[in-house]
Design a protein around this ligand. Structure first.
Ligand code: HEC
Length: 138
């Protein structure tokens, strides 16, 4: 009964090709959706405030250490100024933490203040900005 073997094999072959085509098209449509979702995620990551992700306790320790050692090497042991301006809470009073975070990340071109992007994530720079503004450093 039915089709000779050769025929049914070819029929199955074409049916599979058709199915593959359909799967490929749904795949494309899904990829398009995933692409849009990715683009949206990237966009909201850009718009999200710098402080979006929390800092772990151990990373906070490292950042405090960095402020004392690295920032302190130019801004003074007590951050009251040296080669760099004072960056105590009093000196920075009223400054916007996001502005300070960007200043820390990008540095101040034309001055000795380096950019810290190679070492700090944006939320970490924002953490340091708030840390400086709070003024509870040693
Ligand atoms: C190599 C020296 C150097 C290091 C290291 C350094 N700074 Fe600076 N920084 C400067 C100098 C110099 C200025 C002042 C530039 C000017 O106003 O002419 C400055 C300016 C600043 C200012 C702006 C002060 C103001 O009143 O606008 C902030 C905030 C600051 N630094 C934070 C930091 C932090 C946080 C770190 C550590 C992550 C750091 N700096 C490390 C040299 C340094």
């Amino acid at each position: 009964m039915g089709l000779p073997d050769g025929m049914s094999t070819r029929a199955r072959y074409f049916r599979n090709r058709l199915n593959t085509g359909a799967t490929f098209r749904t795949g494309l449509r899904r990829a398009g959706l995933a692409g849009a979702a990715l683009a949206l995620a990237a966009l909201s990551a850009l718009v999200a405030p710098l402080a979006a992700q929390a800092i772990t306790d151990s990373r906070a320790d490292e950042l405090r250490h960095l402020v004392r050692q690295d920032c302190g090497s130019c801004h003074g042991l007590r951050l009251t100024g040296g080669l760099g301006a004072p960056i105590t809470a009093e000196a920075l009073e009223g400054r916007d933490p996001d502005d300070l975070a960007l200043l820390i990340l990008d540095g101040m071109p034309g001055t000795a203040m380096p950019g810290w992007r190679p070492l700090l994530e944006e939320n970490e720079a924002r953490w340091i900005a708030e840390y400086l503004l709070k003024g509870d450093q040693p």
